[in-house]
Write a protein that binds this ligand. Sequence first.
Ligand code: SF4
Length: 379
Amino acid sequence: MVKAAYLHIPFCEHICHYCDFNKVFLKGQPVDDYLAAMKQEIELALKMDPVEKLDTIFVGGGTPTSLNERQLARFCGIIRQHFPAGPNLEFTFEANPGDLSQEKLQILKDAGVNRISLGVQTFNDELLKKIGRVHRAKDVFRTIEIAKKTGFDNISVDLIFSLPTQTIADFKDSLEKAFSLEIPHFSAYSLIIEPKTVFYNLMRKGQLQTPGEDIEAQMYELVMEEMEKHGFHQYEISNFSRPGFESRHNVTYWNNEYYYGFGAGAHGYVNGYRRSNIGPVNKYIETVKQGSLPILEEHQVTRAEQMEEEMFLGLRKTKGISISRFQEKFSENPLQLFHNEIDELIRKQWIEVNEDNIYLTKTGRLLGNEVFQAFIGTI
Ligand code: SF4
């Protein structure tokens, strides 16, 4: 049964130098037609796979809050009209500091949004400029203040480390400022240089000075230590929260559970099928207008793939994979099924096993992707 929905707004007022998400420059885009198409996509999809009550809704992008007030209210109306909310709905909107006016926050609040995820990245204004962000540190403090005044207490901030020319001292300073916000959740990622970004081109020309792997690893260790010191529990490789404020939506992904994905370039996993949508906005709108679901790719996940995914997604969580839950779901014991891989990873001290869980060690967290690779294509 599907309990989560992701909705994608692909518009941004500025394009950041490191970003490879599905997004377009807002100016001149057919935003109203896009919202109409999303409404139609939702209706078409729910005809095929009807929705029960949802536990989580996550609106991401792009920049969802780049919609103007009228569009934002319309979009929230579409969501609330189509998705019956469970009693404990977690309803998240991604936003950029500086984009969120009092009026927009009130529209979100009135629509039942109860979690805000802010793309802060760093508190160093020079670095913000360098990575192509338009907000500045002062916008973060102001936005959080207005959000709290409007009644939002579940606020998350995204940070990025290992930025070009960033030092450990600088990252430590950003962390201290982040803790001063008194919010219950942080995500912290190291910068990954993705193809088709400004940074990728600079890197190829030898014009991008990144701190390097050693510093990156030290920054990751620093963030883990500092979060713990400040009472934030690391519940996933890149996510830290006060008790009870974990992102339930993201936990859906790591638990390998179903979720709808709506909007241009969105991904979904429903009733055994992983689907990705058409990315370009106009093609997405045209396809939906003709009455078709805007599916670019569809794949029925085999049982072997499901079990492998259960392993490498579940290992992202600090508590790891529950052996009993795996057995209930697949009638197989993961320790037997993957015994070669698990023995090897234990020998390298990248994972550990206790009575019911298989989980990453601290070294394993640093080397996450290498550990996950071990489970791909094994069965
Ligand atoms: S990082 Fe966020 S705000 Fe920047 S271009 Fe990408 S989606 Fe837009």
